[in-house]
Design a protein around this ligand. Sequence first.
Ligand code: AMP
Ligand code: ZN
Ligand code: FE
Ligand code: FE
Length: 284
Amino acid sequence: MMSPAMVGYDLHTHSTCSDGATSTVDNVRRAARAGLVGIAVTDHDTCAGAAAAADEAAEVGVEVIRGTEFSAEHDGVSVHVLGYWIDPGAPELANELVRLRHARSDRARRIVERLVELGIDVRLDRVAALAGDAPVGRPHIARAVVELGVAADEREVFDRYLADGGPAHVPKHAVDPVRAVRLLTGAGGVAVLAHPGLFGRRGDGRGVPAAVIAEMTAAGLVGIETDHPDHTPYQRERFRALASELGLLVTGGSDHHGHGREDRLGCVTTPVSVVEELRAYRAG
Ligand code: AMP
Ligand code: ZN
Ligand code: FE
Ligand code: FE
């Protein structure tokens, strides 16, 4: 296992509650082994998971911050917003999460149809089985395609078919990033923009436009995840400069998913002092 960059919190982790391979209980155990103070449970478009990890967390002395990674979209490109300490029962957010879950199932069906047209005989029931109770995502589809032996790994399936704008990409209903910030903040949470350097327009590589980040800030965004394992040093620097310009905190998280190279809990962390500043933004 990689050693933590600094003892602190890993503010970005996935589990079997969305498209990760490890349970939230496993993640808490890994965090304890890595000497972390805490982790945020940030599964895609769900608040499930944190509660299941609470007993283990108390046992091993690791703090669990309940969170989510909310899927928004700007101009047809994914923008992910992390929400911490959200109230999962807040009605507006809960309604939107239900809507997203349905939109994801519908989109999975359409992506599978598209792949079949492209000659890849992937089965929707296999995708559904891989997702289990989690909101179904493109990584579940990618995994089912890899199982067929027609691609070496999930990354190849994204590059060839599933990436935003790819031949089997089907857009889903998605809220814009400003509304995402309002929903998370309205649910008593603290909103942080996830990995702004990823998922830009193809060939662009610049990520979420600065103007969009400025609008999100006006809507209540309090931080940017500059430290992400897939950000280049240049991207980290550029988004640090933007954060400083906009008066935003900078955070780090591993985006652990527990598959192959995504098995990386604790490889990037956020200092305790920054987590305390985030916590101070909590409503109530
Ligand atoms: P979805 O939530 O169904 O839109 O799928 C998005 C997830 O797929 C992201 O959170 C990543 O975990 C994964 N992913 C991997 N590569 C890419 C890519 N090139 N574009 C978008 N998502 C990707
Ligand atoms: Zn994911
Ligand atoms: Fe993400
Ligand atoms: Fe993530």
